[in-house]
Design a protein around this ligand. Sequence first.
Ligand SMILES: Nc1ncnc2c1ncn2[C@@H]1O[C@H](COP(=O)(O)OP(=O)(O)OP(=O)(O)O)[C@@H](O)[C@H]1O
Ligand SMILES: [Mg+2]
Length: 488
Amino acid sequence: MARWWRRRSLRARLTLITSAGLALALGAGALLLVNALRLSLIRGLDDSARQGAAEVAALIDQNRLPDPVPVGSGTITIQVLDAQGRITDVSEGADRLVPLLPAAQARTAARTGQGAMLSGPPLGMPSPLRVVAVGADDGQVVVAAVSFAQAGDSIATVAKALFIGTPLLFLLFVLATWLVTGAALRPIEELRRGAQEITGTAIALGRTLPVPEARDEVHSLAVTLNDMLARLEAAQQRQRALVSDAAHELRSPITSIRTQLEVAVDHPEAVDWRQTADGVLADTLRLARLAEDLLALARLDERADRPLRGRPVDLAGLIEAVSLRYGEARVTVTARAFGRCVVRGDTGGLDRMLVNLIDNAVRYAHSRVSATARADGPWVVLSVADDGPGIPDQDAERVFDRFTRLDDARSREPTEHGGSGLGLAIVRATAAAHGGTAWLEDAVPGLRAVVRLPAAPGQQGGDRDRGEQQGQVGNGQVEQPHRGGRGG
Ligand SMILES: Nc1ncnc2c1ncn2[C@@H]1O[C@H](COP(=O)(O)OP(=O)(O)OP(=O)(O)O)[C@@H](O)[C@H]1O
Ligand SMILES: [Mg+2]
């Protein structure tokens, strides 16, 4: 039964519930109405009978009762009983032998003032009767009866009307409920149909779901779903742009390799093979780096929703180690650390992040680059500052987008550097994967890239724990040959 019920449509369930409630209410209402009508009619009949009896009792008390007993309207039947219960006087047409009520019952009725219902035929009357009694002098009792026929007819008529009208009314209400719930659910059905028609292409075309005019729950649902579609559309667009940018970036080194090899194959005698190999190697490295960066971003995207646990990594040691690799760089790279700078995460990813930042800084710096790690309450703040040209404020966010290079950077080192504009995107994605953030600041002069990561639990501490730890890596202190930092 419960299963059957759950499988009904919402419309059917709503209609069934309201119908059941309505049937109960209408049935109870009809019963109450008939009963109230009956009671009020009976009270009216009792009152008129009692009034007739009271008038007769008054005549008896004054000893002026004529024979037959006079009755006002002629619809009342009166019997006067003496103290022994014998009929002494009657109104016209009334039975002189059989009392309407036995003596004892008549006296009780006179005392309580309560009327009784009698069936007519045994007493020689065609219809049921309402009988009341009123006491008079010398223990006499005046019994008055009125016909219940008319009242009974009225009640029967009303009951008949209700018997036919109530089911009709019920059916009408059920129909109305069915129609109203249908109308109320129509916007949902339209939403459903709209959603059914939305495919991948429709999202790209900016198709939206129909929003009903009424400011109700369905309206907010449609608005929320449309917001979701807009976000999906934006995500899809980003994805497409990424694919097309990636294809674009891949094309130029491939074209370059192909041209160099074609020339070499066509004119083997005129070609410096060593030079060709160098050129092809440079392009291949560029391709390899691009592939690696894309892969790194894809991995970071994949686990974007899952917090990265990882092992404790000491960033103080890490920036020192990374800086050491820049011994042969164009400018001096210094590394400093303040406090305990331990975070939980992935050493490889954090290393790549630092390399990306220092690569950028080294490329743009005039004379020096300084990398610092600092414990700051629950955070560890990494910053890499250079004294180069910096970035205009309005571009400080944009450069974190994938494949975004500022034009200036492109014209500067168009082929040799070959930066694809993924460096900062990887920095931000790595920071986010570690539960942190990354941004750029003006270092006047130059640029400061800042990454803030949550410190590993139990590893917080101020400068006093450790004091300043400073190391400078001068030119010549080479740990690894610098070859463009990443992928080199
Ligand atoms: N320290 C800096 N000073 C000035 N401009 C910078 C600095 N770092 C980054 N930029 C600008 O931001 C752009 C994006 O940097 P990002 O590291 O994302 O890409 P890229 O360095 O061009 O390429 P990739 O890092 O993939 O080799 C750079 O092209 C450059 O224009
Ligand atoms: Mg870069």
